[in-house]
Ligand binder design. Structure first.
Ligand code: SF4
Length: 281
C-alpha cells in the first residue's frame, strides 16, 4: 500500500502563498491517490502551460508538463498507447478553453477514459492576469469581476460546465479548491468513472483575483446532493427540481445557472457511458 507522503516529490511548489492550486495538490497527493492505492508507475499526470500546470512536478508519478493547449491530446495518446495507466490531465481555463479548446469535443466523443481537471481561476495567471475565456464580462451582466481593471473583457464568457454538458461528457462535476474534502471526493469519482471525466475546480488566484471574488463564491456556493432540491437564484425562470445526476437534460439546466449568482458544486452528470475507445476491439 502506498503511503500518502510517497506521492509528493521533494520539489517545493513555487505557487504564491495561499494559491488555490495547493488545494488540488493536497486533494490528489494526500487523499485521492493514497486512498485508491494507485501505483506511481501506473499513474500519469499531463499538463499544459500555466500556474496549475506545474502540478506534475510536485506529484511522484509519471508526469509531463507539456505545451500550451496540447495537454488533452497528449493525455489521450498516452491512454490509447498504455490503457493500463490511470491518466489525469490538469490545466487552466486559458490553456484548455482558449488555445486548447478544439481538442475537448473530440476527447469527449471518443469517451477516452481519462480525468480532466480544469483549474478555473478566471484569468491567465502565469502571464500576469490577462482576461481568459472564463472572465465574466460586467457589461453583459455576467458578474462584477474584472480580471484587470485596465483590460476588461470584451467577449462574453465561455462557460465550461455548460460546454461539457452540451458535448455530453460522460462525467461532469464542479468543485472548489478551498473545500478539499469535497474536491477529493469529486476527483475520486472522476477517476473511478469509466469514460471521460471533466471536473472544473474553482480556484482562487490570490495575486490577480480581487479578494472578495472567492468570498462571494464561497458564501453563495450550493452543494448538489442526489435526490435533494436544487437551489436556484431568484433570477432563474426555472422551478427547483430534485437533483438527478443521471439526467443530462437536468445537467444542462444546471449549467445555465450563472456561476457568480449561484455557484453549484458537485456532480452535474454521471452517465452510463458506452465503452471508452481504448476498450474497443
Ligand atoms: Fe496561484 Fe495566481 Fe500565484 Fe499563479 S499567480 S501561483 S494562480 S496565486
Amino acid at each position: 500500500m502506498t503511503k500518502a507522503g510517497e506521492y509528493r516529490t521533494g520539489v517545493k511548489p513555487i505557487w504564491c502563498s495561499g494559491c488555490g492550486n495547493f488545494g488540488t495538490l493536497t486533494a490528489l497527493t494526500k487523499r485521492v491517490l493514497p486512498r485508491l492505492g494507485l501505483p506511481r508507475h501506473k499513474t500519469l499526470i499531463v499538463s499544459g502551460i500555466g500556474c496549475s500546470s506545474r502540478l506534475p512536478a510536485y506529484v511522484d508519478s509519471y508526469g509531463f508538463n507539456s505545451i500550451h493547449g496540447r495537454a488533452v491530446p497528449i493525455a489521450q495518446g498516452a491512454k490509447l498507447a498504455r490503457p493500463e495507466l490511470t491518466v489525469l490531465v490538469v490545466g487552466g481555463d486559458g490553456d484548455f478553453f482558449s488555445i486548447g479548446a478544439g481538442h475537448l469535443p473530440h476527447v469527449v466523443r471518443r469517451n477516452v477514459n481519462i480525468t480532466c481537471i480544469m483549474v478555473n481561476n478566471f484569468i491567465y495567471a502565469l502571464t500576469k492576469g490577462q482576461v481568459s475565456p472564463t472572465t465574466p464580462n460586467v457589461r453583459r451582466g455576467e458578474g462584477v469581476f474584472l480580471s484587470h481593471e485596465y483590460y476588461p473583457p470584451v467577449d462574453p464568457l465561455l462557460d465550461m460546465v455548460s460546454y461539457s454538458a452540451s458535448t455530453r461528457a460522460s462525467f461532469i462535476a464542479q468543485g472548489i479548491a478551498t473545500d478539499v474534502a469535497h474536491l477529493e471526493w469529486l476527483i475520486q469519482e472522476g477517476i473511478e468513472h469509466k469514460g471521460f471525466s471533466f471536473i472544473t475546480v474553482l480556484t482562487p488566484c490570490v495575486t490577480y483575483n480581487p479578494q472578495w471574488l472567492f468570498e462571494i463564491i464561497r458564501e453563495k456556493a450550493f452543494y448538489l446532493r442526489d435526490t435533494e432540491p436544487v437551489l436556484l437564484p431568484e433570477s432563474s425562470p426555472e422551478r427547483p427540481w430534485l437533483h438527478d445526476p443521471g439526467d443530462i437534460s437536468l445537467a444542462f439546466k444546471l449549467a445555465q445557472v450563472p456561476l457568480l449568482e449561484q455557484p453549484l458544486l458537485g456532480v452535474f452528470f454521471r452517465g452510463k457511458s458506452g465503452k471508452p475507445i481504448e476498450d474497443m476491439e
